[in-house]
Design a protein around this ligand. Structure first.
Ligand code: GDP
Length: 177
């Protein structure tokens, strides 16, 4: 069974957070358009992109918001988090600092987002194994302690990208029931 693009059972707003340069924009474009861009992104990015996925026979339209660089200026506003039911918190496995800052992002999420928001931890750029600074086991331990699902992804090589969004969306859906 297929549906028109505008027919869906649920609309989920999902936000991407994490330090500048971790790959938020590319994770989004890989998931929604199957595109990847090696260059740094333009200053002004899209606000959000959408993709409809099926989970447990329901059509879920994911409306995924990208910070469009606002995180550099600490200018992420309440509006960004408003109504969000899910969040992917990204770090770059080749930059320890971006992992250390995950705590800060989770804190911001607790402050601004709905208390029931479902959050998942994402270690992106897992194609760059030789440059790795964050051990998988350390991130997995941190995720477990903080009750977050965790996955390593590569937007560049399309590793685990669909799986990460699918997992988050399924978790959000199960939390509704
Ligand atoms: P954002 O600032 O978090 O939105 O990060 P971008 O999506 O703009 O990515 C920053 C840089 O990292 C760009 O040069 C991307 O091409 C690169 N990048 C993003 N994801 C990956 C990945 O999975 N692997 C590799 N090798 N590079 C990536």
């Amino acid at each position: 069974a297929s549906k028109n693009e505008d027919e869906y059972d649920f609309l989920f707003k999902i936000v991407l957070i994490g330090d500048s340069g971790v790959g938020k924009t590319n994770l989004l474009s890989r998931f929604t358009k199957n595109e990847f861009n090696m260059d740094s992104k333009p200053t002004i990015g899209v606000e959000f992109a959408t993709k409809t996925v099926i989970t447990e026979n329901k059509y879920i339209k994911a409306q995924i918001w990208d910070t469009a660089g606002q995180e550099k200026y600490r200018a992420i506003t309440n509006a960004y988090y408003r109504g969000a039911v899910g969040a992917l918190t990204l770090y770059d496995i080749t930059k320890q600092q971006t992992f250390d800052n995950v705590k800060k992002w989770l804190h911001e999420l607790r402050e601004y987002a709905d208390a029931n928001i479902i959050c998942m931890l994402i270690g992106n750029k897992c194609d760059l194994q030789e440059m790795r600074q964050v051990k998988t086991e350390d991130a997995a331990k941190f995720a477990e302690e903080n009750n977050l699902a965790f996955m390593e992804t590569s937007a560049a090589q399309a590793i685990n990208v669909d799986q990460a969004f699918q997992k988050l969306i399924t978790e959000i859906y199960n939390n509704l029931k």
